[in-house]
Write a protein that binds this ligand. Structure first.
Ligand SMILES: Nc1ncnc2c1ncn2[C@@H]1O[C@H](COP(=O)(O)OP(=O)(O)OP(=O)(O)O)[C@@H](O)[C@H]1O
Ligand SMILES: [Mg+2]
Length: 316
């Protein structure tokens, strides 16, 4: 056990003692002060990272101790009633935190929906407006071409080729952003399109193995597409991997998706619990999955690559 854990243990013991004392006071005399202590202790245990199960155990142990010491003439029924009030008060910071999480999750859900609409708008703008401007530029160039000398005409042709490439690239990016393929042909063709683009830009080799048949509900297909898109963005940003494998299978009434890379990996608990953590990708993945009843499991070790396992319940 390291020094930090020792300090934590000492703090927890202090809290246990304070809890027992305040509970004893409340059983003997009732009163607001003891209840306020219960609330403050609940806040402190929450801040120390103790979970509901731990505070329940703390309460149980404290109550056992206090009841043993109680005057036999005290009413057990009254003691238990007060112990319940006291316990409820110590849990109220947890209840508030729980409500806060719920609100945050639903806010994130709304952000995701807005983001999806924004992505769609940008994809269309890139595709239609930028595409049209490039086409107009191409037309204007061909209008002046015949007034130019052969050597300038050749140079202009080179500019035209670059414009064509820019247009192709814009089209590709707009399709990756909001793939019409996803709506028209489904998940696997859309993923093939996405991964081909990524491989071309990054030299990452991405293999898709799928035993899925038929289509899934649009919200499930778009959720999984976005999840895999973020997982692959993470691989290109953080993993320094050479190979990625995506496996899609239907297991009982669940759609399973595994994204495995052979990159540098990371320490999952410390990244997820880090206070300075600013990334939104994994949080976003969890929220998207939550919205369709799915789950995410991350398995990664420094130096050993990363594996994301997504499970989504589906009715076909
Ligand atoms: N495939 C991976 N390989 C190595 N490290 C990863 C991988 N995926 C995630 N990580 C680590 O987990 C962290 C959190 O990822 P997350 O997607 O939540 O945030 P981000 O990518 O840093 O930022 P954002 O997604 O908001 O642009 C990353 O900063 C990185 O350290
Ligand atoms: Mg990310």
């Amino acid at each position: 056990m390291n020094a930090n854990q020792n300090i934590l243990k000492d703090e927890t013991r202090d809290l246990e003692r304070a809890y027992t004392r305040a509970l004893e006071d409340y059983l003997s005399e009732g009163g607001e002060d003891a209840l306020r202590s219960a609330y403050e202790i609940g806040r402190a245990t929450l801040a120390d990272g103790l979970g509901v199960l731990e505070i329940a155990a703390m309460h149980h142990a404290a109550l056992a101790q206090v009841l043993q010491r109680r005057d036999p003439s005290a009413s057990l029924r009254q003691d238990l009633g007060r112990a319940q009030e006291f316990f409820g008060e110590s849990l109220s910071p947890y209840e508030m935190a729980h409500r806060g999480f719920r609100d945050a999750i639903s806010a994130l859900h709304r952000v995701n929906e807005t983001l999806e609409q924004e992505i769609q708008r940008i994809a269309h703008a890139v595709h239609d407006e930028a595409g049209q401007l490039l086409t107009a530029a191409r037309l204007a160039m061909s209008g002046v071409a015949h007034d130019l000398s052969p050597s300038l005409r050749e140079r202009l042709q080179e500019v035209g080729t670059i414009l064509d490439q820019a247009e192709k690239q814009l089209r590709r990016l707009s399709h990756e952003l909001r793939p019409t393929i996803l709506d028209d042909l489904g998940l696997v063709p859309a993923l093939q399109f996405l991964t081909e683009g990524i491989s071309r830009r990054t030299e990452l080799s991405i293999r898709i193995r799928s035993s899925l048949e038929g289509r899934y509900a649009p919200n499930i297909e778009i959720a999984l597409y976005r999840v895999i898109q973020e997982a692959l963005t993470n691989v290109t940003k953080h993993a320094r991997a050479k190979n990625v494998e995506i496996q899609l299978t239907n297991v009982a009434k669940n759609l399973h998706c595994l994204v495995h890379d052979d990159g540098v990996g990371f320490d999952v608990p410390s990244v997820l619990s880090s206070k300075e953590r600013s990334g939104l990708g994994l949080v976003g993945i969890r929220e998207r999955l939550h919205a369709v009843g799915g789950t995410l499991q991350i398995d990664s070790m420094v130096g050993r690559g990363t594996e994301l396992l997504v499970k989504i319940p589906v009715e076909k």
